[in-house]
Design a protein around this ligand. Sequence first.
Ligand code: SIN
Length: 279
Amino acid sequence: MNISPHENDFGAAIEGVDLSKALSAEEVSQIRRAWLRYRMVYFPDQPMTHEQLEKFSLAIGSFGDDPYVRAIDGHPHIVEVRREPEEDVPLFGGTWHSDWSFQKTPPNATILHAKIIPPVGGDTHYCDGVRAFSALDSAMQARLEGLHALHSARKPYSHEGVKAGGGDRRSMTLLPSDKALSIQRHPMVRTHPETGEKVLWVNPLYTIGVDGLSEKEGEALLGELFEHMKAPEFIYRHRWRENMLGMWDNRCVMHSAQGGYAGHRRVLHRLTVAGSAPY
Ligand code: SIN
């Protein structure tokens, strides 16, 4: 297996392995080590069936729980991220987020398998929460380590949220629910359970406030952190190719889907790998 990390060690291409076949324990362990170290790994040229994609995902860990979006018929853990050429609703995944951070146990990993990629645009941007945390000054680090944030799916997945996001005009079927109004409390700085690294773990889509702060104070603090996280030194801009499989560590990376491909179709298949409660 050839692992080619990016210059700054955020992101790595992995070649010389066939993900459509059963992987040996050593191959899985090499892939896991690279994923933990480089946070976003991608495998070019990996044509895979739904079943092969599911098997690869299960080699990394058990399936996550994916609410609010209808899965592919017969494959309840694969969601098709699809946008048609004429679609004009907000992008699915277009606001920075960590997948399902409103869950008690958000996913460890997200896997995307590219099926149709437009000739321009449609990249995904990734932000490294470990670098973002370590670049804060020590007073801010100490302050954040004592705080918990409030996460909720209400902005995109409440009935109001889905309506505002053009739900009935979307090619993907979103499943709004009152459950999206519930709130989950998580530490603002989590410790990565496998690497021990400290991660700044808030995101603009699902983090809606800070426990113990007024709405105004919480908004001000979160706004400052979101601005900080967008600094170019924490960001990796990923260009997809058809049949490429990407997998990121959702415990330390947030991401956002980019547009710029009006008039073209974009289709990727997505699975999540179950995780544990952040601490
Ligand atoms: C997602 O947020 O899960 C989708 C990302 C993308 O479409 O690039």
